[in-house]
Design a protein around this ligand. Sequence first.
Ligand SMILES: [Zn+2]
Length: 429
Amino acid sequence: MRKSIFYMMVSVLFFAACQPKEVKKSLNDLAIAYVRLGLEIGAYDPVFVDAYYGPDSLKFRGQVADTFPHEALRARVSELKANLDAIASESTSPEEAVMRANWISSQLTAFDRRIRIVAEDYGTFDEEAEDLFGVKIPSYDSAHFIALIDDLDKTLPGEGSLQEREKALTARFAIPKERMDTVFQVAIEAARKITQERFDLPPEETFTLEYVQDKTWSGYNWYQGGYKSLIQINTDHPILVDRVIDLACHEGYPGHHVYNMMLEKNLYVDKGWVEISLYPLFSPQSLIAEGSANFGIDMAFPGEKFDEFAKEVLIPLAGLDTAGSGAYFKYITIKEKLNYARNEAARGIVNGSMSQEEINHWLEDYALITTSVPFIKKYRTYVVNYNYGKDLVKDYIESQSETTDDRWVPLGQLLSNPVIPKDMLPKKE
Ligand SMILES: [Zn+2]
């Protein structure tokens, strides 16, 4: 007995010596409570936890209640937030502790909002998007999209309606099923090589590629921890050449796979920040994840490089003809800007302010997509991460670099730190 008390005292003293500031100890406890809470919400909300590679001991082992205990969960969020905000505002807190506390606190704002959504206590599109992803989302009226559609009308060759000409052009660049895997492997390898030249990736990093059907998304990275990803590609619809480059960069390099690895290596493994081991899908982290994954396409294949790679490598590899690729690349550029119209359709769905006819109009005539309603119904405001997230990341990285080449340094920092989206906005004068 005596001996064990002695050892306990020694270990307590040792612990105290390693953790000179009381603040650090309690911050770690709060980080653990945050992870436990996120995993418990995930026991009720099947899409809440996108990745978790932390200790098994933090996993939720309790009984899942018959009714979603939203009030109790919200009370825990609120208590945790109050403790973290106290650390962040304490003048003696080390800078690193303030950064961690602020980051976890902003993630918790999203937890609270998501709990309300799961409990069917809905907010407006703007309220939900701001709480979940940490920024205000711009809104565009129909005139904005009509001007883009006019541009597209001039770009699309041939006869017939805009949709008919779009269909005819894109059909020429759809990858035949039997060439799909070869084309994907080459695209991912090229994106990996470009990224490896810029970032020190862990030597054991690897991914598995799978083709799946019957999903609401076109691609998904399931990060497994230990620098491994499972990348799934949905083959429900034809995959065009540009989407292969998009998915290779977005899901892989320097997108989700790299972002998750950089966080795991730099913050979880090297610093022991347990909060990083949980990636909650509905959180400000997703604005940076999707934004950097989409901007990652421009990073790996800036400007002409994208067109060249498609034209010289992927289109021939897919057994397709490069004729018409000029119009196709212009079409892609305009279509990307039209993606903001999906936010407006989502706004209509979330706010209940649009009829089905109006929703279809915004999706089909402006965003030029027909398959998005199930995705929006499931993920609601999440759509903003792809377009606004990309623009936020792009503007932020470009504000910190002079040339295309310079951009890898701020990108590497963004992918390796707990960054809050609102801190990426331009500072007001
Ligand atoms: Zn993504």
